[in-house]
Ligand binder design. Structure first.
Ligand SMILES: Nc1ncnc2c1ncn2[C@@H]1O[C@H](COP(=O)(O)O)[C@@H](OP(=O)(O)O)[C@H]1O
Ligand SMILES: [Mg+2]
Ligand SMILES: [Mg+2]
Ligand SMILES: [Mg+2]
Length: 400
């Protein structure tokens, strides 16, 4: 059986950001503070009872603007727009532009609050004389995006402003205080191919993810399984958002009213559909195949770039997402924080391969056991068992 891959045409359209989703009320939390309670416990409980409506509205605005910038670049991606980072991974003017824009907007929205951003890119390569042209292009992209989306009152950013905004993303995060977590383009390789990518933005409060926004400009609005790229009625461009205790919502990037989404309720693995990375170098396709075979999954994998996989799973397009990088690979928090929140608030479970919850409070890395597995409550026991057995089998075959 061959894997199916999700390719997507580019999207167009006028958008006005739709922030008036049904008011999300956090569960009132009653806690008694005994003298023995640690400060940390109290802070954590307070975080769970807080509303992050203002932060969510700002995050949606920032992710929307970044999505517009990325769409513009993807439509006319030039070879000169692509650079290679020191770890040989690709980065484009859109990755930098998106990070500058989100960082700039978030800091501007909360002028009186301490600003901390943990983000993927930094400006080191852009500060060299050879990349001056690239920096100018990024600055123009950022300023054009602001101006063409009703933000003409903002004075245009200079090159230094752009570099500074990018470098605001150098925070180490950690277990205390609030930190934004940003992947300005997750799935850069997909972005360059014209396939799936996501702008992924989350907020950590006392080490816990409390909100997540995922803009997926090429993700079909209906379902990845029913999408027909030749049918002009089938539109793409999804914006997911989730707040702790308030569920996950999805709207079109072009501004349709949000609807609440929920993970699939499927209990039978035979009919389950599973997602994995398009890039075999990012996740072992052989290991996923072994795992799902043990569970009795009959359908071929859907291979897709980026955290769009979390988005698709959160609305029930498929039931399982497996990620098994090569040994020694360290997962970064921005590759999962927003996606995790979107799935968790839609009723799904995200753990490492040993069944531990993901810990976003340790800094820029996740440092987890072996891999990441995602599914619904009902399928998790069977999936965990299949993962444990498959990892054992793989270890013994490597020894022999
Ligand atoms: N060898 C590797 N193993 C696992 N993940 C990797 C990897 N090399 C890069 N990645 C990460 O995989 C992400 C894309 O995930 P996916 O395969 O789901 O599309 C990349 O995000 P960026 O595109 O933001 O750099 C990058 O952080
Ligand atoms: Mg990258
Ligand atoms: Mg990424
Ligand atoms: Mg990225």
């Amino acid at each position: 059986m061959g894997a199916s891959t999700v390719r997507a045409p580019l999207t167009r359209g006028v958008f006005s950001i739709y922030c008036s989703y049904p008011r999300l009320k956090s569960n009132p939390l009653y806690f008694s503070v005994s003298l023995a309670s640690s400060v940390q416990q109290v802070r954590r409980a307070a975080a769970a009872s807080m509303s992050y409506d203002k932060q969510l509205a700002a995050a949606k605005k920032a992710a929307f603007l970044a999505a517009r910038l990325c769409q513009k670049v993807q439509k006319a991606l030039l070879q000169s727009d692509i650079q290679s980072k020191s770890d040989k991974s690709p980065v484009t003017v859109a990755d930098y532009g998106s990070q500058a824009l989100v960082s700039f907007i978030l800091e501007k929205e909360f002028p009186s609050m301490p600003f901390s951003l943990v983000a993927e890119e930094d400006s080191e390569d852009l500060r060299r004389e050879e990349t001056r042209g690239t920096l100018v292009r990024i600055k123009e992209l950022v300023n054009d995006t602001l101006a063409s989306n009703g933000m003409n009152d903002i004075s245009p950013l200079s090159e230094e402003d752009v570099l500074d905004a990018i470098d605001r993303g150098k925070s180490e995060g950690g277990p205390h205080g609030q930190h934004w977590v940003l992947d300005p383009i997750d799935g850069t390789k997909g972005f360059m191919r014209g396939d799936q990518y996501a702008i992924a933005l989350a907020l950590l409060d006392e080490g816990k993810v409390v909100l997540g926004v995922l803009a997926c400009p090429n993700l079909p609005l209906t379902s990845v399984t029913s999408y027909d790229r030749h049918n002009s009625q089938d539109k793409v461009g999804c914006l997911y958002f989730a707040q702790l205790g308030a569920g996950t919502f999805m709207q079109s990037i072009d501004g349709s009213p949000p609807r609440k989404v929920h993970v699939s309720a499927t209990t039978n693995p035979e009919g389950a559909l599973f997602f994995e990375s398009f890039e075999a170098a990012h996740s072992s396709h052989d290991l996923s195949s072994l795992i799902v075979k043990k569970m009795g999954v009959k359908t071929p994998p859907v291979r897709m770039d980026s955290q769009a996989k979390y988005g698709a799973l959160s609305r029930g397009d498929g039931e399982i997402y497996l990620r098994f990088p090569r040994e020694g690979y360290r997962e970064k928090i921005w590759d999962h924080a927003a996606g995790y929140m979107v799935v968790a608030e839609a009723g799904g479970i995200v753990t490492d391969a040993a069944g531990n919850p993901l810990n976003f409070s340790r800094g820029r890395y996740l440092d987890l056991d072996t891999g990441i597995i995602v599914t619904n409550q009902k399928l998790m026991p069977a999936l965990s068992k299949a993962v444990v057995e498959s990892l054992k089998e793989r270890a013994s075959s490597l020894q022999s």
